[in-house]
Ligand binder design. Structure first.
Ligand code: ASP
Length: 340
């Protein structure tokens, strides 16, 4: 019986980090070194194992994300490659995984692996995470599920997963829906959800398109939003609102003005679970915000809504971009079903 081939791309992160002679903890290990320290499951060969970046993920940006996505597509186009693993820092992993998910059309498993403990720490979690992710990328049952994030023996959908702890090993969760699959003893996979729909932009992307995200707070000065839009010339704005997607009342007219001027405004929630729903009337309430043109992000976090908006704006008028966004949200807010 032949072996199943899985590719591995490294981008850095804590999984690749170790302290040097200078005492500084930085991403220094190559993916080939990480691979040497982990158990590659029997019947799987990992190649090629290539470092695309060796950075901490606070330095990720859309340009790098889409470059990574293009590389993933190239690698997956090779018929002998069954799936791919990407190592990444945990800080912005959910953004990169989502950006890659949006633009990757392949059915082969794409699995992100990370670690909360550095490669040189006691009980480092990286080797187990990497070995699980490699096994997942080789699994035919995980085809067609979109980009998956491995964390603590679970596989999460890129669109739902969030980092929920700053330093515990168990740092990721999909707050509203739970994981797409779990990994049991002896690596046994249990599928919890199946993907039923996908959305992919059919036009060229532009990593320089300006979309800003802001988090209003109690007592917020609405002029800040106007100043930021004027300063950046942004075509899109994501506001991370309260609860179901409400904002301080004095922002409703600002949102209305910006919408009239052609800025696409999206409302997300700073609450992790449940998603946005326009329910309340009056200034600041979601119903009023919707009536002045804001689009609600549903279950997407503000950071992911920003990436989606970046995907919708290039080459489109505001009205066209809005239609693209509404269409995308319709798919991305659902698009998975409980697996039987
Ligand atoms: N704490 C981060 C990590 O887990 C650092 C980073 O995101 O690169 O990798």
């Amino acid at each position: 019986m032949g072996t199943t081939r899985v590719a591995l791309l490294g981008t850095g992160g804590t999984i690749a980090s170790a302290s040097g002679a200078d005492g500084q903890l930085i991403a220094r290990r190559s993916v080939a070194e990480l691979l040497d320290g982990c158990n590659v499951p029997a019947g799987i060969s990992v190649e090629p194992a290539v470092d695309l970046d060796r950075i901490n993920s606070w330095d990720m940006d859309p340009r790098r994300m889409w470059r990574l996505a293009a590389r993933i597509q190239e690698v997956l186009a090779e018929p002998e490659v069954a799936g791919i693993v990407i190592t990444h820092g945990t800080d912005t992993l959910e953004e990169t995984a989502f950006a890659v998910d949006l633009v990757t059309a392949a059915d082969k498993p794409v699995v992100f692996a990370s670690a909360m403990r550095s490669a040189d720490s006691t009980s480092a979690d990286g080797p187990r995470n990497l070995s699980n992710a490699v096994a997942a990328a080789a699994s035919p049952e995980l085809r067609g599920l979109g980009v998956l994030v491995h964390a603590s023996d679970e596989l999460h959908a890129a669109r739902w997963v969030r980092k929920v702890h700053t330093h515990h090993v168990d740092a990721f969760s999909s707050p509203t829906f739970g994981p797409v699959a779990t990994i049991g003893p002896a690596g046994r996979l249990r599928l919890v959800h199946r993907r039923t729909a996908r959305w992919t932009p059919a036009w060229p992307l532009d990593p320089d398109v300006q979309v800003v995200a802001m988090t209003p707070y109690t007592g917020f000065t609405p002029g800040l939003v106007r100043a930021v839009i004027e300063h950046t010339g942004a075509r899109g704005l994501v506001l991370e609102g309260f609860g179901l997607g409400n904002l301080p009342g004095n922002l409703t007219s600002v949102v209305g003005d910006l919408t009239e001027r052609g800025v696409l405004v999206v409302i997300a929630s700073r609450v992790m679970a449940g998603g946005t729903f326009p329910v309340y009337g009056g200034d600041g309430g979601g119903v009023g915000l919707e009536s002045v043109g804001a689009v609600f992000a549903g279950g997407l976090s503000a950071a992911k809504a920003r990436l989606l908006l970046m995907c919708c704006l290039p080459g489109a008028s505001t009205a066209e971009a809005r239609a693209r966004l509404v269409d995308a949200l319709d798919v991305l807010d659902g698009g998975f079903q409980v697996a039987r």
